[in-house]
Design a binder for this molecule. Structure first.
Ligand SMILES: CC(C)(C)c1nc(N2CCN(c3ncccn3)CC2)c2cc(C(N)=O)c(N)nc2n1
Length: 338
């Protein structure tokens, strides 16, 4: 991947080695949650690569980890049309809603057999689309109204959980990855502490903090916010066949080095959906990020196609939301103005 030709000068070889090693450490730390190097060592390698690139600007490749520090502020965000629209999701709240969803799906498929669903978390962040060409990240856009979003490529490059180049040998010519950018609860608490210390406005919740960080025109500010990403959908795919199911798609995404949440399962029928929902409900408080429910998707893609969409929302998918938590208004100890 971007390997220097035989007989290349040794600084070119060294730059490639550094890029590959730094991207691997990024992947281990931000995608696998398994740091493979002390931060001080990572910084040393990073600075060596930065020095090489400063001396040889032609070395600056789009997948270089030095591209993650953010550049000069943009005047505005350009619009990006999604070649394949980013849809919306129907909601369900009660067990009956879920049973009705399963029944509609079985009727739509004209089957008496239990349907297999891919069940996953509903992250409370913001939806984006990442375009990779020959495995290199070339563009990132927010969902916007589903048809047109904002070009946030410069900001997305600073998100260390998002690979600048895909791994492995099953890389398509064009791939649109859909997923959610979010902020972990701990990183949110640290950010608000920094905001308070700097006498700046705090964010109301991790979702607003993620959205605010991604809608920054100055990507150097975005680079200081620890944003995460989980992939959960696909738009354009060229140069390869679409995987046969949603669960196979996510397995393939993991091979490519994209972050996929491990809290997912393939379950059967309404009973399987409800069991998954209850299981996640018990884990919810302990999760490192906020979720506002789970999402069910008919797993087989041929069955998804057969079911199609109704007014932009797929018939094959449903979000099952948790009851809204009454606003936990912590009683702030009122500062006595002396
Ligand atoms: C690919 C499909 C359409 C089935 C789909 N669409 C989603 N969303 C659509 C509505 N979205 C939306 N956003 C803003 C305004 C209206 N709708 C936000 C993304 C999904 C969101 C999540 C999540 N949050 O974790 C998820 N695990 N899977 C999704 N899958």
């Amino acid at each position: 991947a971007g390997r220097p030709p035989a007989g290349a000068p040794d600084w070119l070889v060294r730059a490639h080695e550094l890029r590959t090693e730094l991207n691997r450490h990024n992947h281990n730390y931000y995608v696998l949650d398994q740091p493979s190097i002390p931060d001080s060592e990572y910084d040393r390698l990073f600075q060596e690569l930065q020095a090489l690139e400063t001396g040889h600007p032609e070395l600056l490749t789009p997948d270089s980890p030095t591209q993650r520090v953010g550049g000069a502020p943009l005047p505005q965000f350009d619009p990006v049309r999604h070649d394949i629209p980013m849809l919306s999701l129907g909601n369900g709240f009660t067990d009956e809603d879920i049973e009705a969803f399963d029944k509609r799906v079985m009727d739509g498929l004209e089957t008496l057999q239990e349907v297999r669903y891919a069940a996953e978390l509903k992250f409370d962040g913001l939806a984006i689309s990442l375009r990779y060409e020959n495995g290199v990240l070339v563009q990132a856009a927010t969902r916007g109204d589903g048809a047109t979003g904002e070009n946030v490529t410069a900001n997305i490059r600073t998100v260390r959980a998002i690979p600048l180049r895909l791994h492995g040998d099953r890389i398509p010519s064009v791939l649109d990855v859909r997923g959610e950018v979010l902020m972990y609860k701990q990183d949110f608490a640290r950010l608000n502490q920094r905001q308070r210390d700097a006498g700046q406005k705090e964010f109301a919740n991790p979702r607003n903090a993620a959205a605010g960080s991604l809608r920054q025109l100055d990507s150097r500010i975005t680079a200081q916010r620890t944003l995460r990403f989980f992939a959960y959908g696909i738009g354009v795919l060229e140069g390869m066949d679409m995987p046969a199911s949603h669960s196979a798609l996510l397995d393939w995404y993991q091979e490519l080095g994209l972050p996929v949440c491990k809290e997912r399962a393939v379950v059967s029928g309404a009973a399987g959906l409800l069991a998954f929902f209850r299981g996640i409900g018990e884990k919810r408080e302990a999760l490192p990020y906020e979720i506002d429910g789970v999402v069910y998707k008919v797993d087989r893609l041929d069955q998804q196609k057969h079911l199609g969409f109704v007014s932009r929302a797929p018939r094959f998918a449903l979000a099952h939301k948790f009851p809204a938590q009454e606003a936990l208004t912590a009683v702030q100890d009122i500062e006595v103005q002396v």
